[in-house]
Design a protein around this ligand. Structure first.
Ligand code: ADP
Ligand code: MG
Length: 454
């Protein structure tokens, strides 16, 4: 049996028309395993409701939960009105029951959070996963209405993780074992539909896999089933040279290596979860990124090896970056100074985006999180500290080293307005990172894109 794991994101799950579109895509596969996200905006609304509850504004939290309830029920109703079936009454009834059960659970959780007066990570995950819990069930029911043999499979039965709420690590061994049951479902002629993004820890509490976690669910299951392809279906035709919603003339990249695609995901191309490619890479399974609105477009194919002729492959950028410079108080041995700086970063569990260093001074670019003031204080033990906020990071990915002079010349011509706060280049990773004031970020990114990809 040749399996294809198909993942449909929030934009594909937006309304009853896109659900229909998704179902027509699924129909073309012999043994598809379907992973769905929450409907568009739902996860964000859920988290907002949880935060309101923690701030004791239960009324506003409940307004959100009601809105989520209504929106989901109307998607199902609209779907059933347009896709007549004799099972309509039955399907509608089971969908209403499920929505009421889940919304009831959500409101109970919001009540706990309010009582607690704070949003513990465990509670946040339980709430945030509700979008996928609901969408996957309803979508599987609509599949039945459209004549497909869809069967809802609870993600908690398959995606087993540790207890790092908010960014849980999968237990690959257990996932591999549990995916065996999916093969049975497929052999019996059914199409499994599974909610992405969440799973459960060994004590049965709900965990989530982090931002864009549905992609990761898809690749974990694809890896476990040794699928023929893992397909990420979205609202654009593949991985582009840069974010097509923000950069004019960004264009799809037909083929990418796992390596370069992973770097893109890490450096802000929000199209993929950074860990997505790992399970695929381990089994050499091609990952396709395709557009539900243009299914005939080849999209992007991510494979083990891929070569290209351009000076670079893509450009990504992100806001909300800060730079932190630590300078040793007196001349110290470089290694002990650097060891100390990275020990502190490790203690705070803060990932670093780019670093530039001399023997007694280091500048670090990292996401501007709530921990930076505390971090700066800690660094004062080691040296003088300066923290600058409102920076942006541009990453030129997949740099071709043979064309380095041409590449750097083009990039630096776009920087005449400012001196970048930090420049770092990694030969190994083929990445050129630039940190610059946030207000110039989009313009500079556009200019560099024009120069490199036009
Ligand atoms: P989904 O809901 O399907 O998961 P996402 O919103 O997570 O979709 O990802 C798709 C979006 O990612 C696109 O609409 C696009 O704006 C954005 N994006 C950012 N960088 C890139 C890129 N390099 N290539 C393609 N899309 C990108
Ligand atoms: Mg996504």
């Amino acid at each position: 049996m040749e399996f294809n794991v198909l993942k449909f994101g929030g934009t594909s799950m937006k309304d009853h028309q896109s659900w229909k579109q998704v179902l027509t895509i699924i129909e073309d596969y012999e043994f598809p395993v379907v992973i769905v996200s929450a409907t568009a905006h739902t996860t964000r609304m859920l988290v907002e409701a949880a935060e309101l509850a923690a701030a004791k504004d239960m009324q506003s939290a409940l307004v959100i939960s009601r809105e989520i309830r209504e929106r989901h029920l109307s998607i199902v109703e609209d779907f059933l009105n347009e896709n007549e079936t004799e099972k309509k009454a039955l399907i509608l009834d089971s969908c209403r029951k499920k929505v009421d059960e889940k919304i009831g659970k959500l409101e109970k959780l919001l009540g706990y959070i309010q009582k607690n007066g704070q949003l513990l990570p465990q509670m946040k995950d339980a709430v945030a996963s509700m979008g996928e819990q609901i969408s996957s069930y309803l979508f599987a029911q609509c599949g039945l209405a459209a004549g497909l043999m869809t069967q809802h499979i609870e993600a908690r039965k398959i995606i087993k993780t540790d207890k790092e709420y908010g960014k849980a690590n999968p237990n690959i061994y257990e996932i591999n074992q549990r995916c065996g049951s999916l093969e049975t479902v497929l052999e019996n002629g059914f199409i499994p539909v599974i909610g992405g993004y969440y799973g459960e820890a060994s004590d049965h509490t709900i965990t989530t896999l982090g931002f864009e976690g549905s992609d990761y669910t898809a690749s974990l299951i694809g890896g476990a089933l040794n699928a023929a392809t893992i397909e990420i279906w979205t609202d654009v035709s593949g991985v582009y040279t840069s974010d097509p919603r923000q950069i004019d003339k960004a264009r799809p990249i037909p083929e990418l290596s796992y390596f370069d695609a992973t770097e893109m995901a890490y450096f802000g191309a929000k199209i993929l979860h950074p860990s997505t490619l790992k399970p695929a890479q381990e089994r050499n399974i091609p990952v396709l990124v395709k557009n539900i609105f243009e299914p005939g477009h080849e999209g992007t194919r991510i494979v083990r090896e891929s070569d290209h002729q351009q000076p670079a492959l893509a450009l990504s950028f992100k806001k909300d970056i800060a730079t932190l410079t630590v300078s040793a108080y007196e001349t110290v041995m470089g290694y002990s100074f650097l060891t100390e700086v990275f020990r502190v970063l490790n203690h705070f569990r803060l990932p670093v985006d780019a670093v530039s260093t001399t023997e007694a001074s280091v500048t670090i670019a990292l996401e501007d999180s709530g921990k930076l003031d505390q971090l700066s204080k800690e660094f004062l033990e080691t040296g003088s500290v300066s923290l600058e906020r409102n920076k942006g990071l541009i990453s030129v990915i997949g740099c071709d080293l043979k064309k380095a002079p041409e590449l750097t010349e083009k990039v630096f011509q776009c920087l005449d307005k400012d001196t970048p706060d930090l420049i770092s280049f990694s030969k190994e990773k083929r990445i050129l990172n630039l940190v610059l004031p946030e207000e110039d970020l989009t313009d500079t990114a556009q200019n560099i894109h024009n120069r490199l990809f036009d």
